[in-house]
Design a protein around this ligand. Structure first.
Ligand code: SF4
Length: 341
């Protein structure tokens, strides 16, 4: 296995009194070492639940019911291990060794991830000492170094600040410092810039890229923003209703998209050079209610090219390769590629 992470057929479902929500319902993708995978889709498509499944930080009502998440990493003795994160105990030794150490995560809103009652320094020292055999002083010095690295001015003083004393941009930087203090192999960034203004967004994305290069780590960036995808990703997984409907390198997604949902997402991006009278295009209809069971292709009620009898019955189309690592879950596309194969 050459990839750092391979997710195959992952299903994470929520059980409520009203029924089952199939938040993640057969997700497939892979991340290469040091590569950047962008996961894009509208809210509620299962992007964040996929990330929480990888981190094994799901709420009690959610359960991984099927699939594999194969993660490759060197253990503390530097021996390569491949573990199926779907099978390990979420509170067991393996997951404790991986979470926050080999795989780290940053969130949209640092205020929910950072403790309001501990200083940034206390949180850094705790995160470092959980995985590294360092004294409190050594961990604090490493913490100051991390804060400098992420561009926090006067790091030796600000390390004693509480999160509420920092601006939104500095809080996001502090969270990145905590996430990266153990040099993870994979950073999962869930909408890392959505809550920030445009200038700070650009700075944070640049910072993630610089640190990715310095630490030689892979990044999985989750966003609803195609601009962030264009800027950051090498490969892209487009998600719709708990499934990956298209997977390809970033150029193919933007210049030769295959799935009607990807094409609709791209059409909905405002164009700077469009006439001022031009109407903004949006995707027809809305995402079906979470409890709704949609037979056939989950996108068919909104798809402009759906074929009655082919798209609206049976199982959802599988994600199948069409060419050169490009994969699509659309019966029309996969029929087409088979015809010209
Ligand atoms: Fe549209 Fe049918 Fe393709 Fe689904 S399978 S995206 S409904 S054409």
């Amino acid at each position: 296995m050459e990839n750092i992470l391979e997710v195959k057929g992952l299903k994470t479902h929520f059980r409520f009194d009203e029924g089952i929500v199939r938040a993640v319902d057969g997700v497939d993708f892979r991340i290469r070492p040091q590569g950047t995978l962008g996961i894009v889709g509208e809210s509620g498509c299962g992007k964040s639940i996929t990330a929480m499944s990888i981190m094994r930080l799901l709420p009690r009502s959610a359960k991984i019911v099927d699939g594999q998440m194969l993660f490759r990493y060197p253990d503390s003795r530097n021996i390569e291990q491949i573990v199926d994160l779907a099978q390990v105990d979420e509170d067991g030794r393996t997951m404790l060794e991986i979470r926050g150490n080999r795989i780290a995560m940053i969130f949209q809103e640092p205020m929910t991830a950072l403790s309001p009652v501990h200083t940034i320094g206390e949180q850094l020292v705790e995160a470092i000492r959980l995985h590294q055999d360092l004294s409190k002083r050594e961990a604090r010095n490493l913490g100051i170094e991390m804060l400098r690295k992420v561009g926090i001015p006067r790091a030796e003083q600000r390390i004693d600040d509480y999160s509420f004393q920092l601006s939104g941009g500095l809080r996001q930087r502090a969270m990145i410092a905590i996430a990266l203090c153990n040099r993870p192999l994979l950073l999962i960034a869930d909408e890392p810039t959505t809550a920030l203004d445009v200038t700070i967004q650009a700075q944070i994305l640049r910072l993630i890229r610089e640190l990715q290069e310095e630490y030689a780590m892979a990044v999985m960036i989750i966003t609803h923003n195609l601009g962030v995808i264009a800027r950051m990703a090498d490969e892209v997984a487009v998600m719709y209703r708990g499934r990956v409907v298209e997977f390809a390198d970033v150029d193919s997604i933007f210049h030769a998209p295959k799935h009607p949902y990807t094409k609709a997402l791209l059409r909905s991006i405002p164009k700077v050079d469009a006439p001022r009278t031009a109407r903004l295009l949006s995707i027809r209809g809305t995402v079906p209610e979470p409890f709704a069971v949609v037979p056939g292709c989950p996108f068919h009620p909104r798809c402009d090219v759906a074929v009655a009898g082919l798209c609206n019955s049976g199982e959802p189309p599988a994600l199948l390769p069409v060419r050169n690592g490009h994969a699509v879950a659309c019966v029309l596309e996969t029929e087409e590629s088979r015809r010209y194969a």
